[in-house]
Design a protein around this ligand. Structure first.
Ligand SMILES: CC(C)(COP(=O)(O)OP(=O)(O)OC[C@H]1O[C@@H](n2cnc3c(N)ncnc32)[C@H](O)[C@@H]1OP(=O)(O)O)[C@@H](O)C(=O)NCCC(=O)NCCS
Length: 181
């Protein structure tokens, strides 16, 4: 059987301390990212290092997203709030720098992250929410088959305004039907 993941342009590897200075710190302080991520405040290197140290089993797993062609580090993908009783988790991702956005890398990384969550960790449900103005995240979620579950009313406060968030989820059985068969 053809392994479709072989055609992907990105792969996931473990996140490293050196990634902080190799892009991560700049990306999360970039205005375009701050407007779309949960945090709305700038983060310094020490705080980011403390956050990095918290990204550990059993509560979360964080990966670096890298390009296959040259191993360049281009973003992060993370499972968090892992609930081992209900077998669920949340996910988040970031493609750093405009040069790499909109090229399908974030969608591929999401598929790889979901695969890891369902096939390696044995999770049953992975969910996320996107601020309603985040067109690329919403489109990418829908494109890869995440199901829109509803609207979280005024769940984000950004730059003096409230914004709705769209809640998405994927169940293991639906992922396997779509990507593993
Ligand atoms: C959201 C994010 C992870 C998506 O990754 P990506 O690699 O840019 O996404 P993809 O290229 O896989 O898919 C994005 C889709 O949205 C489309 N898109 C991008 N900007 C758009 C816009 N303003 N309006 C409509 N569609 C848009 C792209 O064309 C693409 O669709 P296509 O494949 O049909 O052409 C990435 O843009 C990012 O890191 N953004 C900043 C941080 C963030 O928002 N994280 C998610 C928080 S919920």
């Amino acid at each position: 059987m053809k392994n479709k993941y072989n055609d992907f342009k990105v792969y996931l590897r473990e996140i490293r301390k050196s990634d902080i200075k190799n892009g991560w710190l700049d990306w999360i302080n970039d205005k375009a990212s701050l407007d779309n991520l949960f945090s709305s405040y700038p983060i310094n290197e020490k705080d980011l290092y403390n956050y990095f140290k918290l990204q550990k089993f059993p509560n979360s797993v964080m990966f670096a997203i890298c390009l296959k062609e040259n191993n360049q580090y281009i973003g992060n993908a993370r499972l968090s709030n892992i609930d081992w009783v209900n077998k669920s988790a949340s996910y988040g991702r970031l493609i750093g720098g405009n040069k790499h956005k909109g090229k399908g890398y974030g969608s591929e990384a999401l598929i790889l992250l979901l695969r890891y969550g369902f096939k390696t960790l044995g999770l049953n449900r992975i969910s996320s929410s996107a601020i309603i103005t985040n067109k690329s995240s919403i489109k990418s979620n829908l494109k890869i088959g995440m199901v829109k579950e509803g609207i979280l009313k005024e769940a984000s406060f950004k730059n003096g305004k409230y914004f709705h968030r769209i809640q998405f989820s994927m169940l293991a059985k639906n992922f396997i039907k779509k990507y593993e068969k």
